[in-house]
Design a protein around this ligand. Structure first.
Ligand SMILES: [Zn+2]
Length: 441
């Protein structure tokens, strides 16, 4: 059974009028309204939405075994509500989503093509949760170990047909949606060429790889100066973030990502200047001063990018950092039950699975695809073995691709409205639940 709700009820008149088609109806389980069996009754003011980019069940289980052991749980896995989410995009050329299309589904409730930042399949801008939250008087924030203008945060706070236009995305943050807290990497997109900023350029050689150099590249001028002119307190390291006391914060802690995504031993590093948990804590301190409530997006990007690099050791470090951030959020919810906390991943990355150490089972090299060296070279390998914490048992992690896959991702949640996330849903369902929790009164 479901109840149809006119979305117009939830929106200020100016935004409702902007909705194409007028009274758009969305269907939600009754539990989203009634609160169900105790995980959420009444009206929620806040949403903390945590994205482990590229994280699906195998990443979570690998981290559970390595960090908590057979009898332990990650914090993210101990939330009381669990569901599954499908992630397929509506891309003319690809059945598997990227982060842009996946985050657009979350931020707008609409499926779109890969690379789209909250525009529909025809390129038309869509209304984002971030913009709606600001229009409703709530505070909003971004915390990520990616560039703050990377696809996942961008889809909640900007609209553009191309995820690569990161300087334009930054400009929209400042001039259109105005999130109060912006913490993460990506200084290079906020400063024009020649203006080095706090984090100096790094050549490809300095990064230990053959990727592009890290250099300032804003085509929209000095966006950091613009932010300061708009009242943002600008911080660049852990000490200045800790000391900050403004109600608008811009923290840029690296040129691009706050880590180096590479295969093992090729310049790979996971050691963010500010831990994800500390950024999350500061964001909650800042946003929670708004009496109208807040929407906070928290993202650990290295789960995805280390999985692209098939680097299980660093992926597990990122998972540990992500779980620390979930604990910070959970502590907040314990004291502020008028909050929905959701932890999930936008898609799977790496085709990861958890296996025993005996490799007699391998169906890769030596298996049905074997026969030509070229094919064998393309087949990703195993990482490990890794110890099961508190045990003398070990496991290995096996990658099947350096790209994304289409398996569902796990959703765990607690707080107001979380019961509506039980079940097996398309990723657009998360949008509908968060929308209901934030705006329906
Ligand atoms: Zn990815």
């Amino acid at each position: 059974m479901s109840i149809r709700i006119g979305r117009r009820q939830a929106l200020p008149a100016c935004l409702a009028a902007a909705l194409v088609g007028g009274a758009v109806a969305i269907a939600l389980p009754t539990t989203a309204l009634a609160g169900g069996n105790g995980h959420g009754h009444g009206h929620a003011r806040n949403v903390i939405f945590i994205n482990g980019d590229g994280m699906a069940a195998a990443h979570r289980e690998a981290a559970r075994l390595a960090l908590a052991g057979y009898d332990g749980d990650l914090t993210m896995d101990s939330l009381p509500v669990t569901g599954l989410q499908t992630t397929d995009p509506r891309d003319p050329d690809d059945a598997i989503t990227d982060s842009a299309a996946a985050a657009t589904a979350w931020a707008t409730g609409q499926k779109t093509y890969n690379g789209a930042i909250s525009v529909d399949v025809d390129g038309n801008p869509l209304l984002t949760l971030g913009a709606e939250a600001e229009a409703a008087g709530k505070a909003t924030g971004i915390v990520t170990t990616a560039q703050v203008t990377d696809a996942s945060p961008a889809a909640f706070f900007s609209t553009t047909p191309d995820r690569g236009l990161e300087d334009q995305i930054a400009e929209q943050y400042l001039e259109v949606t105005k999130p109060e807290v912006i913490l993460g990497g990506g200084e290079d997109w906020w400063l024009p060429a020649g203006n080095e900023g706090v984090y100096p350029p790094r050549t490809a050689a300095e990064q230990g790889s053959e990727t592009d150099p890290e250099v300032s590249r804003s085509t929209r001028g000095d966006l950091i100066a613009e932010a300061e002119g708009l009242g943002y307190q600008y911080v660049t390291d852990a000490a200045s973030l800790a000391a900050a006391d403004g109600d608008q914060l811009l923290g840029l802690f690296s040129n691009e990502e706050m880590f180096q995504q590479r295969p093992e031993g090729e310049g790979d590093e996971y050691a963010p200047v500010v831990p994800l948990a500390d950024m999350t804590s500061k964001a909650l301190d800042t946003l929670s001063t708004d009496r109208d409530g807040f929407f906070l997006l928290v993202e650990e990007e290295a789960v995805d990018e280390m999985s692209h690099a098939n680097n299980a050791t660093q992926m597990l470090r990122a998972m540990a950092a992500l779980d620390d951030a979930v604990q910070v959020a959970r502590d907040y919810v314990a004291e502020h039950p008028d909050t929905l906390l959701v932890v999930t991943g936008d898609h799977e990355c790496g085709g990861l699975t958890v296996e025993g150490v005996d490799d007699a089972d391998e169906s890769g090299p030596g298996g049905t695809l074997a026969g030509t060296p070229a094919v064998e070279d393309q087949i990703s390998g195993e990482d490990g073995p890794f110890a099961v914490a508190g045990s003398d048992q070990r496991f290995v992690l096996d990658w099947t691709t350096s790209g994304h896959t289409g398996v569902p991702t796990v959703v765990t949640a607690e707080g107001v409205g979380s019961d509506a996330l039980v079940g097996y849903h398309p990723n657009t369902h998360l949008h509908d639940v968060m929308h209901q929790v934030l705006f329906d009164r």
